[in-house]
Design a binder for this molecule. Structure first.
Ligand code: B12
Ligand code: SF4
Ligand code: SF4
Length: 389
């Protein structure tokens, strides 16, 4: 490191560079993980709450402790990028003829936007300060939320996401590990108090207790990460959420300080704000890829996406959409055919009898008459009740 820069000056120089790159928050933590986080990750995995996200268990040791991930790291630069919406993010849930795409996925893929910024920033730092740097945004096994809390970016709220006093729920997180010794910032403390709004609003009762999430019940997991058939018990509660869910984020009272994000590439594309279910159900592979070019939605592929759209069609109550579901009974993907059966039933229409050699899952969907399983907070786990009271 050049001798002209003091310890305090080093942090300030990095902060100035990161702000110039467009990050909204830049703070520093030591590279040793907050000790509680690794134990809690073990509990999360031990309870199987990661569902089919096997990658979380595969690299648990490195995820739990940055020192295992990269032993040479001394400090972590934690960065936040504001993606605050400029309207009510839940307004779309009332419009049953359209699909609700969660706020984070209405613009370009944040991984790409942030990674480009991180690489430029790290490159500049390496040139100036003779150090090593590794950049992470969600793609490597790093526990970004506890690190961000340790750096004072915000605190992990009862919905488990990081809440910022300045930006509410709407911050993407990223980090740069470095061999530099940067003076750490003070950690943030919990400001949830007696509030339980996020726990109470969850349509699928995904919080077994405050500060704990069972991903297997979360609509974000079910519509994005889960590759198979979505369990019946959650389909009604999913409503028209076709990619992710913002409910627990949107109701947080700390959003009163939030501001609309300024990064244009993350701003909602007009056609993704209220896409009609009919048009989405008609997408083939090429159409899907064209519509979701550069969007995070492209990650789940056309079949999984149309699976989600069919659930929304079933929940729309709009029998005018039945023909769209009926056409998809002949789709090449069993994931899609099974949900077409469910959607028709939910609209009160008996689907035509399937071929005897139909896929097992599609047949069992056909044989199941139950389309009205409702999970909306009827069955709250005891631990949740205690705190919600
Ligand atoms: C896996 C994952 C998911 C999974 C699991 C989410 C989860 N809460 O674990 C699923 C697919 C469900 C998901 C959903 C979403 N995700 Co996500 N996800 C991740 C990822 C890749 C890893 C998170 C992780 O390590 N989970 C494992 C658990 C054990 O960790 P944890 O949540 O930190 O658990 C803590 C609490 O349980 C707590 N705890 C347990 N008991 C107790 C008790 C007390 C008293 C206290 C204080 C704490 C406490 O300690 C644990 C350790 O810190 C991160 C990126 C990253 N690398 O960190 C993004 C990330 C968390 N996701 C993000 C986003 C935006 C979302 C969604 C909002 C997207 C959407 N709109 O649909 C939803 C929100 C759902 C929710 N309520 O969490 C952002 C959150 C930004 C922020 N401000 O916090 C991240 C950081 C991505 C990013 N780079 O910006 N996600
Ligand atoms: S994202 Fe939606 S389903 Fe998941 S925990 Fe939050 S409110 Fe519940
Ligand atoms: S809604 Fe309430 S309990 Fe949930 S994170 Fe915000 S302040 Fe905390």
């Amino acid at each position: 490191m050049p001798s002209s820069i003091s310890d305090a000056g080093l942090g300030e120089a990095i902060r100035a560079q990161a702000l110039a790159e467009g990050f909204d928050v830049v703070r520093f933590a030591r590279a040793d993980a907050p000790p509680a986080a690794s134990q809690r990750l073990t509990t999360f995995l031990g309870e199987g709450r990661h569902g089919t996200m096997e990658w979380m268990a595969r690299n648990a040791e490195r995820r739990a402790d940055p020192a295992v991930l990269w032993p040479a790291a001394r400090s972590v630069i934690v960065l936040g990028l504001n993606y605050g919406p400029d309207g009510d993010p839940l307004a779309m849930l009332e419009r049953r003829e359209v699909g609700a795409i969660s706020v984070y996925a209405r613009g370009e893929d944040y991984h790409d936007v942030i990674k480009a910024k991180l690489k430029r920033l790290a490159g500049e730092m390496v040139r100036r300060f003779d150090c090593e740097m590794k950049v992470f945004v969600d793609t490597a096994p790093v526990m970004e939320k506890p690190l961000a809390q340790a750096a004072g970016v915000g605190w992990q709220g009862k919905h488990t996401n990081l809440v910022s006093r300045e930006f509410g729920s709407w911050l993407f997180l990223a980090s740069i590990f470095t061999t530099l010794d940067i003076a750490p910032d003070a950690p943030e403390s919990d400001h949830c108090g007696q509030c339980t709004r996020c726990l109470d609003v969850c349509p699928t009762a995904a919080f077994p207790a405050p500060y704990q999430l069972d991903a297997r019940r979360c609509i974000s997991y079910l519509t994005i990460e889960h590759k198979g058939h979505i369990p019946r018990e959650f389909r009604v509660a999913i409503g028209n959420r076709i990619y992710g869910c913002d409910d627990c984020l949107a109701v947080c009272p700390w959003n009163k300080f939030a501001q609309a994000g300024h990064e244009q590439r993350l701003a909602a594309r007009a056609e993704l704000e209220a896409p009609p279910l009919r048009a989405l159900a008609a997408l083939d592979d090429a159409g899907f890829r064209a519509m979701f070019r550069k969007s995070p939605v492209k990650r789940i592929g056309r079949d999984r996406f149309v699976r989600n759209v069919l659930i929304a069609i079933g929940n729309s109550g709009d029998t005018a959409l039945a023909a769209d579901a009926e056409r998809l009974l002949g789709d090449a993907s069993p994931l899609v055919r099974a949900m077409a059966v469910w959607a028709l039933r939910r609209l009160g229409i008996t689907p035509p009898r399937p071929r005897p050699d139909e896929d097992f899952e599609v047949l069992s969907e056909w044989n199941s008459n139950n389309v009205t399983h409702e999970t909306k907070n009827v069955d709250l786990p005891d631990a949740h009740r205690e705190h919600a009271g």
